[in-house]
Design a protein around this ligand. Structure first.
Ligand code: BG6
Ligand code: MG
Length: 227
């Protein structure tokens, strides 16, 4: 196994915007008189805005205009929430791991289905730590299709087998596996158990822990880090 790059999901991996997405959908569902629980929301993790709305509507038919309006309304609620994001909202361990990846001479990309990913990254102040950003505007087929991660790997000029995808969503793990990437799942095994290795989150997780969990030290000798 030779690793030259990492591709990180954003929402629920780098920062807890997964909660803001939930609150936005919950507010919309309440306004529309639809039942929507935290448990329902688990199935939406990682899905595009439209796929999320379709899951929330559970097959009920709506005119396209109403669908567009509901997506725009949820996005307004989401944008209101992310206005408060600062660098303090990075999830524990993220900054350290990104620094270690950079110090080891490996590349990092963001692979997020969100059309708001760039704004969130800017608010977190971590733009300079990524060599590439692939977001909801980069591809037409979203997770669980592999396109987003393949787009990100392409921007890094790396084949999928040399990249590790870090994800908190079942749809994201599936997308990465289909694309031929190594996978790290963050969260409960019921959700991300299909990943090659699972951690509860990135707190205290170092580059070497990730590489060892995947079954090797993985770094090309010139880039091996010590300590
Ligand atoms: C993903 C989130 O990263 O982005 C999903 O996990 C969200 O919950 C999706 O629906 C799309 O985000 P946005 O910001 O384009 O509505
Ligand atoms: Mg996510």
């Amino acid at each position: 196994m030779e690793i030259h790059g990492f591709i990180f999901d954003l929402d629920g991996v780098i920062t807890d915007t997964a909660e803001f997405h939930f609150l936005g959908w919950k507010r919309l569902a309440d306004e529309e008189g639809l039942t929507f629980t935290r448990q329902d929301n688990e199935r939406l993790r990682g899905l595009s805005r439209r796929d999320s709305l379709m899951a929330l509507l559970r097959g009920r038919a709506y005119p396209e205009e109403k669908i567009q309006e509901m997506m725009a309304r949820k996005n307004r609620y989401y944008l209101e929430s992310i206005r408060s994001i600062t660098p303090d909202d990075l999830l524990p361990g993220v900054q350290e791991l990104l620094n270690e990846i950079c110090a080891a001479g490996l590349k990092s990309a963001l692979g997020s289905a969100s059309k708001n990913a760039r704004e969130v990254v800017a608010r977190l102040g971590i733009g300079r730590l990524f060599d590439a950003i692939s977001d909801g505007n980069s591809v037409e087929r979203y997770k669980p299709a592999p396109d987003l991660f393949i787009h990100a790997a392409g921007q890094l000029h790396l084949p999928p087998r040399e990249c590790i995808v870090v994800e908190d969503a079942a749809a994201g793990i599936e997308a990465a596996r289909v694309g031929g990437f190594h996978t790290i799942g963050l969260g409960p095994p019921e959700r991300v158990g299909a990943a090659d290795a699972v951690f509860p989150g990135l707190a205290g997780v170092h580059l070497q822990d990730v590489l060892q969990a995947l079954g090797g030290n993985g770094l090309p000798s010139a880039k091996r880090i010590s300590g």
